[in-house]
Design a protein around this ligand. Structure first.
Ligand code: ADP
Ligand code: TRP
Length: 335
C-alpha cells in the first residue's frame, strides 16, 4: 500500500492541533501502510523563529511526543530533516523547475505580504525572508525524496501538498517520470483544530493547549476556551461552538451524540468544560509519563533518531543518485 510521511516544525511545544492533525492520524494509519516516515522539520523551523534554544528544546519535545504517543522506531523511519542533507540538495534542484509564480501564490507568503499592506508599508516584501518564500519547495523535497504518497496534515497544509504535486508533475514532465505524486490526508470531521481564542491553534499564537502538561494545567487551559455567556439551563448551539469542535475531535460517535444532548439541554459551560477535560485527559493520560520520561532521557531519544537517520540516509542517497542522473549530473565516464 502507501508510504506515509509527515513532519512537525520544531518551533515550539507540541499542542493538541499537532496531535489531531498529524500525530494521531499518522500513527493510526501506519499499520496499513508499507512504509512510514515521521520527522522533525527542524530546518523548516528557521522560517518561523530564530531562537536557537527554542529550536533545540522543541526538537526534544516533539521527538518525545511522537515516541510517547506510540511511534515504534522499529517500524517507522524517525529522523531529523537536518540530518538528511539529500533533502537540501533536492530542495535546490527543485527550485530550478518550480516557477516563481507558484510560490507567489503560497498562503504563508501572501499572509506576510498582507500584513505589510495592513501596516501601510510600501514594500510588501519588507521583512520577508527567502526562506519563507521557498517554504513550499523544501516541503516538496521532504516528501518527494522518499516517494511518499500519503501525507497526514491539518488543513492549513493542504496548499503545500498541492504545490508539492505541481512541483513533482512539472519535474516529471521535464526530465521523465521519477517522482510519486503525493496526496494530503486531512481529517473530514476536524480539518483544523481551533485555539482557545477561536483562531487556528498554533505554536505561533498564545492560543494553544499543550499536548502534554500536568492535569491541572490541562484543566486550566480547557477553562480558557472562549464560549458565549449563556447560563446553565439555557440551550446551547453546537454550531460555531469552539468547545463543541474539541468534542468532535476527541469523542466517539456515540459520546458525541450524548454531548449534543448536553448542549441542547443547556448544561453549563463549566460542566461541559469538565466533561471535555475528562475526555481529553483519558486519551492522553497513558502517554503522559512516557513523554516526561523521554524529556528526561535525551540520550535515549538521540540514539533512536541516529538509528533512524542511518536508515533514511541510504534511501535518500539512492533516490538522489537517480535524480542527479535525470538532470545530467553523473560521472564523466558514465554513459
Ligand atoms: P504550528 O502551526 O503550531 O507551528 P506545525 O506547522 O508544526 O504547527 O504543524 C505540524 C502539523 O500539525 C501539520 O500537519 C499541521 O497541519 C498540523 N497542525 C498544526 N496546527 C493544527 C491545528 N490547529 N489543527 C490541525 N492540525 C494542525
Ligand atoms: N510545513 C509543515 C508545517 O509547518 C511541516 C512539514 C515540513 C511537513 N515538511 C513536511 C508536513 C512534509 C508534511 C510533509 O506544518
Amino acid at each position: 500500500m502507501s508510504s506515509i510521511l509527515t513532519g512537525i516544525t520544531t518551533s515550539g511545544t507540541p499542542h493538541l492541533g499537532n496531535y489531531v492533525g498529524a500525530i494521531k492520524p499518522s500513527l493510526g494509519k501506519i499499520k496499513e501502510s508499507q512504509k512510514s516516515f515521521l520527522f522533525l522539520a527542524d530546518y523548516h523551523s528557521l522560517i518561523k523563529q530564530q531562537d536557537p534554544e527554542l529550536t533545540h528544546k522543541s526538537s526534544l519535545e516533539i521527538a518525545s511526543a511522537w515516541l510517547a504517543c506510540g511511534l515504534d522506531p522499529k517500524k517507522t523511519f524517525f529522523y531529523r530533516q537536518s540530518r538528511v542533507p539529500q533533502i537540501m540538495e533536492l530542495n535546490w534542484i527543485l527550485s530550478n523547475t518550480t516557477s516563481k509564480g507558484l510560490l507567489n501564490r503560497a498562503h504563508a507568503y501572501k499572509a506576510a505580504q498582507d500584513l505589510n499592506a495592513e501596516k501601510k508599508i510600501k514594500d510588501l516584501d519588507k521583512g520577508i525572508t527567502a526562506g519563507l518564500f521557498n517554504y513550499p519547495v523544501l516541503m516538496a523535497a521532504d516528501i518527494l525524496i522518499f516517494d511518499a504518497d500519503f501525507i497526514p496534515v491539518g488543513s492549513d497544509q493542504k496548499q503545500h501538498i498541492e504545490m508539492t504535486r505541481d512541483i513533482a508533475l512539472r519535474f516529471n514532465h521535464i526530465y521523465g517520470e521519477i517522482f510519486t505524486i503525493p496526496q494530503a490526508h486531512i481529517s473530514k470531521s476536524i480539518p483544523l483544530l481551533l485555539g482557545t481564542d477561536g483562531r487556528k491553534m498554533s505554536k505561533s499564537y498564545k492560543n494553544y493547549i499543550e499536548l502534554f502538561s500536568d492535569e491541572k494545567t490541562l484543566k486550566k487551559s480547557i477553562n480558557k476556551i472562549v464560549t458565549d455567556s449563556l447560563l446553565p439551563g439555557e440551550p446551547k448551539e453546537t454550531n460555531n461552538s469552539i468547545l463543541y469542535s474539541y468534542f468532535k475531535a476527541f469523542a466517539s460517535k456515540d459520546l458525541l451524540k450524548e454531548v449534543e444532548i448536553m448542549f441542547s439541554e443547556g448544561k453549563g459551560w463549566g460542566e461541559l468544560k469538565n466533561e471535555l477535560f475528562i475526555l481529553i485527559n483519558t486519551e492522553l493520560e497513558s502517554f503522559r509519563n512516557k513523554y516526561f520520561f523521554y524529556l528526561e532521557n535525551q540520550k535515549t531519544v538521540e540514539s533512536i533518531l541516529i538509528d533512524g537517520e542511518k536508515q533514511v540516509l541510504t534511501i535518500a542517497e539512492k533516490k538522489l543518485v537517480e535524480i542527479r542522473k535525470k538532470i545530467g549530473i553523473r560521472s564523466l565516464d558514465e554513459k
